[in-house]
Design a protein around this ligand. Structure first.
Ligand code: NZQ
Ligand code: ZN
Length: 392
């Protein structure tokens, strides 16, 4: 096991009706709040009205900025920073999904720096300070409600990048699974695909002696996958959504990744799909993950046999290791299919002609300094092209 340090200061408030507490929770922490949200969803859910009511009741002063889109844009982050400066905002409240939360985190960082906030996403600057962020989550997926990351799309440059710092973990997150019962099946699929990918990125490791986190990863993977199928056939099932919601939080607050080397190649390769064609993150991951597994599994056969047997339920006495692994991957593909997720890049309108540029961007070769991507097996741009070809 590797050395580690983890600090997860989020006050996590989970369950039915908990959104009504937001005003009381925020009041001692804020003088003036930016209420940040996306499209029409929070209004349809009644969350927008509930939040405003709760803020008013607690005497919290606020201004608003809506309009965050999936794959949130840098332009709106700039607009948010300008508004917050003008209004003297010292606290950001995000209501919505990962995109809204990431936009909020980016405004929070931009408010505490003199330079361009984009510099934090391209490793030109390190986060030293950020305004506090609170969230009320409406979709279990990105895990941003407790994660130390934010991902932003710079449309002008056609790039999608993340930044990471413990300083951007939300100080409060309210998670009410009742909101999830309104999600269309496509968002269930996208969300669950992202959640299980956050676990895969940590689970597939070459670090030895990580039995506790191995077991936790396997348990959360199985629970989320089981309950995803329940929610797919019974979308109003609150208990199933609660399991998925808690799974989404644990999947990405990094408790499952401590002490072990993590991979993150699928995320790196997927961000290029989203940047190229505004692909939904979870849909891109569902296409890439089985292809990545097929390409890299020989690096550590035991780890993949363990996955096939402990997570996908393949019989361990069944033929040979390659066959066990192949059956495990086939069962994962079948799971994605049941959730209506795509299987090929062509379904996402990503043509083969785009592979080389995307691969070079994912490995930084495009910018003249090839670093590669992933740790389970370090992938150079030619490797990434091969993976894209496996799922074209
Ligand atoms: O636009 P609105 O009206 O808000 O509707 C949203 C959006 O269209 C809708 N939605 C949200 N809650 C709903 C709902 N529709 C019906 N009922 C509800 N209860 O769902 C659509 C997608 O929302 P979005 O916020 O984009 O989804 P998600 O939470 O999956 O976030 C995706 C973003 O998070 C990033 C992804 O790259 C992507 O940009 N990620 C962020 C991470 C982080 N900060 O730690 C890690 C992840 O790996 C990921 O990269
Ligand atoms: Zn993700």
């Amino acid at each position: 096991m590797q050395n580690f340090q983890i600090q997860t200061p989020t006050n996590l408030v989970f369950g039915k009706g908990m959104q009504h507490q937001i005003g009381t929770l925020v009041k001692p922490l804020a003088k003036k709040v930016l209420l940040h949200y996306g499209g029409g969803t929070v209004k349809k859910l009644g969350l927008y009205d509930d939040t405003k009511k709760s803020l008013h009741a607690a005497g919290v002063d606020f201004v608003e900025l809506g309009g965050v889109v999936p794959n949130p844009r840098l332009e709106l982050v700039y607009e948010g920073i300008e508004l917050c400066k003008k209004e003297g905002v010292d606290f950001i409240l995000a209501i919505g999904g990962g995109s809204v939360i990431d936009s909020a985190k980016s405004i929070a960082v931009g408010m505490c720096c003199d330079g361009d906030v984009w510099d934090f996403f391209i490793d030109k600057a390190q986060v030293k300070k950020a305004l506090p962020v609170a969230t009320i989550l409406t979709i279990p997926a990105a895990g941003s409600e407790m994660s130390q990351s934010a991902v932003i799309t710079n449309e002008k440059e056609g790039r999608k990048h993340g930044m990471s710092s413990d300083l951007i973990r939300p100080v409060i997150s309210i998670v009410n699974p009742e909101y999830f019962t309104n999600l269309p099946k496509s968002q269930l699929g996208n969300g669950v695909s992202d959640i299980i990918s956050h676990i895969f990125e940590r689970y597939f490791t070459n670090t030895k002696n990580c039995d506790i986190t191995d077991g936790l990863c396997e348990s959360v993977l199985k629970t989320v996958m089981k309950n995803a199928l329940i929610a797919a056939s019974d979308p109003k099932n609150y208990e199933a959504w609660s399991e998925i919601g808690l799974g989404g939080i644990i999947a990405h607050n990094n408790w499952l990744g401590i002490g072990r080397s993590q991979d993150w190649a699928c995320h790196g390769m997927e961000h290029e799909l989203s940047a190229y064609n505004d692909v939904a993150h979870g849909a891109g991951l569902a296409v890439l993950t089985p292809a990545w597994m097929k390409y890299v599994y020989k690096e550590n056969i035991n780890m993949f046999v363990q996955f096939a047997v402990n997570v996908m339920g393949v019989d361990s006495s069944f033929r040979d290791p390659d066959a066990i692994i192949s059956e495990g991957i086939a069962r994962l593909e079948e799971f994605y299919k049941k959730l209506g997720l795509p299987q090929k890049l062509s379904e996402l309108s990503i043509p083969e002609s785009a592979f080389e540029d995307m691969a070079k961007k994912a490995t930084n070769a495009f910018f003249g300094d090839e670093r590669g991507t992933g740790n389970f097996k370090r992938l150079m741009w030619q490797d990434v092209v091969e993976i894209y070809k496996l799922c074209k």
